[in-house]
Design a protein around this ligand. Structure first.
Ligand SMILES: N[C@@H](CCC(=O)N[C@@H](CS)C(=O)NCC(=O)O)C(=O)O
Length: 201
């Protein structure tokens, strides 16, 4: 199983993190985004979006970090991570959607704007974070994990860009429950870090 990967991409890290926590071996193929490798003809055959991550397992490439998490958990019958129960599965999907929308437009965009000086609208990204941070914090105030009483792929999808918030000048200090959840993820057996993460929150 091969992951087309960029080390400092939070989206790629979602997949590396889940594979490590679930004990799934993956081989990494680094993609050089600065050199535009994602736009080559060979890479464009893997994904219409020309973005990492892409997973090649059998002969059909799977693209988008959320989709890859679902694929891996479903393929390996890891019902702990992608529950069979219809309501729990819907709730995991709700949080995957938050990861792909608010977290991407807020946390990931703020980080990109500051770290790589992209022309993204930093104020707009910070406004999204300010709107959702109290809601995220409140959600985990009474829970250990986002959906069930154990970690699911929702926790893997949400973790990277929230944990990298400081790189986007977003202060998590006022959100103690969220920081406890971040530390809980870090404490999981098999946890692997990525560059830029703190040791503790
Ligand atoms: N929705 C996608 C977003 C993927 C994405 O934004 N990938 C970035 C790196 S984190 C990328 O490949 N950027 C290069 C480009 O768009 O040219 C996912 O969750 O995987």
């Amino acid at each position: 199983m091969r992951l087309y990967d960029v080390e400092n991409s939070g989206n790629c890290y979602k997949v590396r993190l889940f594979a490590a926590l679930a004990g799934l071996p993956i081989e990494l193929s680094p993609v050089d985004l600065r050199a535009g490798e994602q736009h080559t003809e060979t890479f464009a055959k893997l994904t219409p979006m020309q973005q990492v991550p892409v997973l090649v397992d059998v002969d059909v490439p799977i693209w988008d970090s959320q989709a890859i998490l679902i694929y891996l958990a479903r393929k390996h019958q890891l019902a702990h991570w992608w529950p069979d129960d219809a309501i729990q599965q819907a709730h995991v999907a709700s949080w995957l959607s938050v990861a792909a929308n608010e977290i991407a437009a807020g946390f990931a965009t703020a980080r990109r704007a500051i770290k790589w000086n992209t022309p993204d609208n930093l104020n707009a990204a910070h406004a999204i974070c300010a709107r959702i941070l109290p809601r995220l914090d409140d959600h985990v105030r009474t829970r250990h994990w986002f959906v069930t009483n154990h970690p699911t792929i929702a926790d893997c999808a949400l973790f990277p860009y929230i944990a990298l918030a400081h790189e986007g000048s977003i202060d998590l200090q006022p959100f103690p429950h969220l920081r406890i959840w971040l530390n809980r993820v870090i404490g999981q057996p098999g946890f692997i870090p990525m560059s830029g993460l703190k040791d503790a929150y």
